[in-house]
Structures are given as C-alpha cells and as structure tokens.
Design a protein around this ligand. Sequence first.
Ligand SMILES: Cc1cc2nc3c(=O)[nH]c(=O)nc-3n(C[C@H](O)[C@H](O)[C@H](O)COP(=O)(O)OP(=O)(O)OC[C@H]3O[C@@H](n4cnc5c(N)ncnc54)[C@H](O)[C@@H]3O)c2cc1C
Length: 360
Amino acid sequence: MDEQSPAIETDVLVIGAGPAGLFQAFQLGLLGLRVEVIDALPEAGGQCTALYADKPIYDIPGIPVCTGRELTERLLAQARPFIEGRLHLGWVIDTLGGTAEAGFSLSAVSALDAQTKGPSFQARSVVVATGAGAFLPRSLNLAGLIGLRQVHHHLSDGACATWAGQDLLLAGGGDEALMALEQLLALPTAQAPRRITLLHRRAQFQAEPGRIAQAEQWIAEGRVHLAVGLPTAVHSEEGRITALDIMGADSQTTTLTCPHLLIQLGLSPKLGPLADWGLALARKQVQVDPASFASSVAGVHAVGDAISYPGKQRLILCGFHEATLAAHAISRHLQADHPSHLLYTTTSPVLHRRLGVAQG
Ligand SMILES: Cc1cc2nc3c(=O)[nH]c(=O)nc-3n(C[C@H](O)[C@H](O)[C@H](O)COP(=O)(O)OP(=O)(O)OC[C@H]3O[C@@H](n4cnc5c(N)ncnc54)[C@H](O)[C@@H]3O)c2cc1C
C-alpha cells in the first residue's frame, strides 16, 4: 500500500470483522451511514472462521445450526450492500487519534509486518469490535525472517499462485499445519507445489487423531517429506528466503533449501494497541454504557467480546444486540439534523432502497 495514499473518509470505521463487526456494519448501513471495516485477518469472521470454521453453532436466533464459516458467509451477504469494496483485510489498526468534534484519524499496518504501512482513515465515529484482540499468526522465532519475500503465514489464493510447481516448506505440526497439508494436496496440479516438506520439531504431531493418521500415511507414501528439527537461522538473497538451518535431535545442524516457506503455527490474539487508545478498560475489556455502547471516549463505541458491562455474555447474539443499539446511538449523534424514526425492514421503502431490494 502506498504510504502517501490519502486517508479514506467515512462516517464510521468498524475495527474488527468478526460477527459483531459485520453486523455492526449492516446496522450502520441500514441507518444511512457510510461505513468501512478493517480486520487483521485475511478473511472476515473473527473467532468463527479463525477458531471454529467447520464446527456447528446452535444458538443463533432463527438458524437451528450452522458452522462458523456459514454464519460468516451469511453475515457478509447481509452486509454486502454496505461493505462491498469497503472491507480491508490483513491490516491492524495501530493508532487512533482525534476527537468526536474534529473527527478521528486512524492508521493501519500489515498484520504480518508492522513496518509495512496500510490504509489510513478519517472517520466521524469509530466502533471497536476487536473481540479477543487482533488475531495474528504465530511465527518462527528467527531473526531476519520478518519482511522476507516468499514467507507466508496464510494459505491464500495469492500465496498458492507463487509456489505452484516449486518446492514448499510447511512449518508446523498441529491441526493448522495438517489442515494446510490437506488443502495443498487437494490443489489442481497446475496450482500445487512440486514438493512439500513438512517441518516439525518432533516426529509426533499434535492434532486430531484422524488428521495425524492421514498425514502419516502421506509421509509413508512419499507424497509429503518430513524434516524433523528446530529452525535456528534463515538464509536469504535479495530479500527472498532461500534456506533454513535446522538443528536435529542429535544437535547437528543441516541446511534445508526453502524457496517458499508457509508457517502454520496457529493464531494468537493480541490486545495490542487498544490499550493505548485512552479507553477506560476493566480487565482488558472496554467499559461501555449498555444503553448506547459508548465508550469513555466520545464518538468511540464498542461491541462484542471486546467489552464489559453488568451482565455481559460473550455470545454472538449479544454482539448483535449491542451493534444494533450502538448503530442507533451513532446515528442520533451523526444525523442529529434529521433524526430517523424506527423503520422496519419489512415495510420501509427507505430501507429497501438502501438494501437495494425491490420495493414491495
Ligand atoms: C471454540 C469456540 C466456540 C464458540 N461457540 C459459540 C457458540 O456456539 N455460540 C456463540 O454465541 N458464541 C460462541 N463462541 C463465542 C463467539 O465466537 C464470540 O462471542 C464472537 O466471535 C465474538 O465476536 P466479536 O466480533 O466481538 O469478536 P471476534 O470474533 O473475536 O472478532 C474480532 C476481530 O477483530 C479483529 N481485530 C482485533 N483487533 C484489531 C485491530 N487492532 N485491527 C484490526 N483488526 C482487529 C480480530 O482479528 C478479529 O477478527 C465461541 C467461541 C469459541 C472460541
């Protein structure tokens, strides 16, 4: 991203594209406010996609059962009229400045490399929907690794395109790494790596038994090569990774050629910059007024797992309620000249127009 790109102007910036942030964007859009959404992860959904994408959820009103991924897809589809082209993924908001009167200035950096500047925003209001914190991928603890090209932390389409037909080193021995292995081996030949080496510190994996059995079978069949040891140093040429030094159980170091490295060690939530934004916190949760979900900083609201108030439950449907009341409070403040009455999506032509649906 060009450091000089002008700030994106919007009515409201929603920080976090988990279930609370996505529904927040929908509610704000319904009320006629312009909204932008940003998240540290390369895909939306927060915990639902990062932690339990394929597991069932049974307590979403009106949906007897759906997986974390299905719920995210539904929330994205619902919010699409308001967030198309306005969802910024892979960026962490690291600074929040300004006031409700002057407007807020926010800037983002890459979730993988804090030196890489991301988009900046000028917003009249901000919603903190940061959940448990920014989910950042765990990396290998190696000096000089950050910022190297061909080092990947996410199995995205873009990354797949770069290693097609080449050798790939996959670091990790947990569910994330073995799931990535499944996806890599299922790729069509034109997109698949030529050779996959799984690098883990031990010959035993820590994952679901079925996944371990499958991975061991692929290793026995020679479809996947196993390298056991601890990475100790990285080699690079012109900013591109070329090899890793690996120390084995016998304390001998070998150098493993590594034109592409995919690190799958799971995600870890980082509270990060939230602590520096001047918001009143209680046990790392943003304290809010449960009537409006306003934080202690005028113009900044907070919803979802990031907040605390008497009776708060960390449930998705509580986040939906909080986002709805926050949206109405923000609208009352930003659109004080033309306060809107409560409108029903069933019958309101205004809401139908905003949603882009045919008027009944
Ligand atoms: C295993 C498991 C099962 C669960 N099952 C259920 C269930 O059955 N029913 C239920 O109701 N709830 C369930 N939950 C809880 C539910 O997932 C959470 O309540 C919900 O995800 C909270 O939504 P959220 O949008 O507030 O936060 P999150 O889902 O945590 O999303 C917050 C997002 O904000 C992003 N973010 C944070 N800081 C920044 C920053 N500075 N810049 C950019 N992005 C940032 C993060 O990357 C993240 O994507 C479950 C949780 C777990 C772990």
